[in-house]
Ligand binder design. Sequence first.
Ligand code: NAD
Length: 494
Amino acid sequence: MQRISHWVNNKVVVGTSGRTGKVFNPATGEQQAEVDLASVAEVDAVIAKSKAAFPEWRATGMSRRAEIMFRTRELLDANRKELATYLTLEHGKVPSDALGEIARGIENIEFACGIPALMKGGYSEQASGGVDVYSIRQPLGVVAGITPFNFPAMVPMWMFANAIMCGNTFILKPSEKDPSASMFIADLLRQAGLPDGVFNVVHGDKEAVDRLLVHPDIQSVSFVGSTPIAKYVYETGTKNGKRVQALGGAKNHMLVLPDADLDMAADAAVSAAYGSAGERCMAISVVLAVDTIADALIEKLKTRVPNIKVGPGTDPSAEMGPLISREHRDKVASYINNAAGEGATVVINGTDKAKDAGFFLNPSLIDNVKPGMKCYDEEIFGPVLTVMRVKSYAEGLKTINDNQFGNGTAIFTRDGGVARQFQYDVQVGMVGINVPIPVPVSYYSFGGWKASLFGDQHMYGPEGINFFTRGKVVTSRWPDPRTSAVDLGFPTNR
Ligand code: NAD
């Protein structure tokens, strides 16, 4: 059985805790590897190495740091396909989806290559007579990133690219369900010339996470995962004096107005709901259809959904792969099987004819969904598109704003005025106008509102640079013997 171990000081370090986790191939349902799960002592040892590497890395010039990131970008570009095979093998996503994830991750590497410009401060000459004032940004020290199973390459890149370019040393605790991508990326960073200890990977579960959250040498924690764990990470990390950004779950609504191009809306809803088997935090999970077009839209969805080719990522014709685990597949199936009893209409039931081997589930479509039903109130995170019928734009907007989550949303309309009003009123962090998955480009920042984000700094982009640095303002005067005098008054600028 293949064993996946930690990555410390640019080398594989075999775990000593005696605890391992199982890594499955979701397309076959078989275990294909075991991953070391770190003990408290092993986490402490990684933190010590990261701390030791910090002073020299911080002192390394920004041009040199950027040079390493440019090389990392070239290596990632040259190895896209190989990295994608790890995603398909352990996560189950089909190659086109895996390559898309890698492409969006690389955008974050490209952004971080501009670090010399991003770290620029401000300078005010002659704030007072002979006094200049300037602002600088400095790295925090050892920072940690804890990532979910659904983007094993991209989400780590959201975090570590900016973190290390700002001069921090970074510890990644990837999902124990698909840990190989992080090891492959770690080796590319080594090949790019990243010094020992600047990027370390510690595999683990709650024990490792809990240690990172309380260890005094960890300065900040970036987390992406489900809402209950995000809340826990935020509360525990901040209680222990750390800066924390914790991104949680989602329930993304797409509001379709009567003037929308219904074919375009149906194509977008199907792509955004079932891509990656719905295991995306920006997946569309609820279509809000205004009554007058609801039947027509459902008909268009009904004709598209059965055409989705479900299969393993090794089949070039497959468009949608399996779910991550048997337990998760069964949980998603339970939402579908309970929906009719709650009063919803199951138009297409994906639990019918689902393959026995592997963690597959076919796409499901559920109509007449309402708040109060489990399939509406909870994040499903699977290939299930629900439809709620609303009387008007106002009812659709209220439904979105009343929802506990606020990650992404979309409006489909030809009316620019209504779209602008929607962008103004909606209580959601990322908004698409005729765009179903509005993941911001890397030079903006990613983050939701409400139960989708704990903390006040969004991930990557300019807010990522703020998150991974501390500001300092220097007020400076060079001694001039001609103006020197004792003055006990409070210093003023005039
Ligand atoms: P998860 O919360 O189960 O796990 C995320 C990380 O937390 C993993 O590294 C895991 O090892 C760790 N963890 C799990 N349980 C823990 C515990 N009890 N204590 C401490 N650490 C623990 O999430 P997941 O199932 O890997 O990922 C799917 C979830 O992530 C979905 O809810 C999805 O919406 C969310 N997600 C959100 C975003 C976003 O940007 N908002 C992006 C991707 C995924």
